[in-house]
Design a protein around this ligand. Structure first.
Ligand code: ARG
Length: 274
């Protein structure tokens, strides 16, 4: 083999190697310092299968090009930048998310998920990353409903299997809601509200704002917040390595202002583009 060929082959090999390592999606900000340098755990660059139900603005939704975007998406990406992992995010049905993590189909779930005692029995949660409260969402022209006290003779929609479903079901049992209709996603529940199939939707406050932004002038929230809930990221029960790495990253993101920046981006500045 001639020297020239060897040198050429080397150049080509290096070019491929560099090309192969370049991020596939451009526009990434400067990489964070290495996990060790920042005193954070290092997950060794591993790919994480992340499940989310991308029908929940502005936590997770599809943009007009069908990319999964939102607060949770940015958050898991920022976490992975700190502790060296690659999130591979897929949108799946809400009811399959926790069972999927339990069975090991997904490593992580981030989907506006409230930390509850019941769920703690099935999976592990990180520390909370945001606090929300449930609210009553109605059509903008609604005059009969000023808050949860006015639902006794009304039909309320929720997403099946959420903490919102739990609250609405309890209020129904106590005679404070006439009927509860359960939908497989919140955007179907909101569509039912806009179609006048139901009178109200019970939903987490910030997601309520997300749907208001998607349907400008058509919706409003009424009354007081009905709960206080903390959202966390889910890993398989006993996966302390992931949970601890995420918690360390969350603390770093709180301290350096990234969490505040994401809050402003998605809950204050974001406007849907459709
Ligand atoms: N926080 C509520 C719950 O955990 C609703 C979450 C719904 N999330 C979603 N992506 N649809 O039950």
């Amino acid at each position: 083999m001639s020297r020239g060929f060897v040198r050429w082959a080397l150049v080509v090999a290096v070019a491929f190697w560099v090309g192969g390592c370049a991020p596939r999606t451009g526009g990434r900000a400067t990489p964070a310092a290495s996990p060790q340098a920042a005193g954070l755990p290092d997950l060794g660059g591993r790919t994480l299968r992340v499940a989310t139900d991308a029908t929940y603005p502005p936590f997770e939704m599809l943009d007009k090009d069908k990319n999964i975007v939102g607060y949770d998406v940015d958050l898991i990406q920022e976490i992975c930048r700190r502790v060296n992992c690659k999130p591979e995010i897929r949108s799946v049905a809400w009811e399959g998310i926790l069972p999927g993590v339990q069975q090991g189909d997904y490593d992580v779930a981030i989907s506006g998920i409230t930390i509850t005692e019941e769920r703690e029995k099935q999976v592990d949660f990180t520390e909370p990353y945001i606090t929300v409260g449930q609210v009553v969402l109605v059509r903008a022209d609604e005059t009969r409903i000023q808050g949860a006290q006015d639902l006794t003779d009304k039909t309320v929609a929720v997403q099946l299997g959420t903490t919102n479903d739990e609250l609405a079901s309890k209020l129904h049992k106590d005679g404070r809601i006439r009927e509860v209709k359960r939908y497989r996603t919140f955007d179907l529940a909101v569509a039912a509200l806009l179609n006048r199939d139901v009178d109200a939707v019970i939903i987490d406050s910030v997601a309520g704002l997300g749907f208001m932004a998607q349907h400008p002038g058509k919706l409003k929230t009424v009354g007081e917040k009905l709960t206080e809930e903390q959202l966390g990221i889910v890993v398989r029960e006993g996966n302390a390595e992931l949970r601890d790495a995420f918690n360390a990253a969350l603390r770093a993101l709180k301290e350096d202002g990234t969490l505040d920046r994401l809050y402003r981006k998605w809950f204050e500045e974001w406007k849907p583009t459709q």
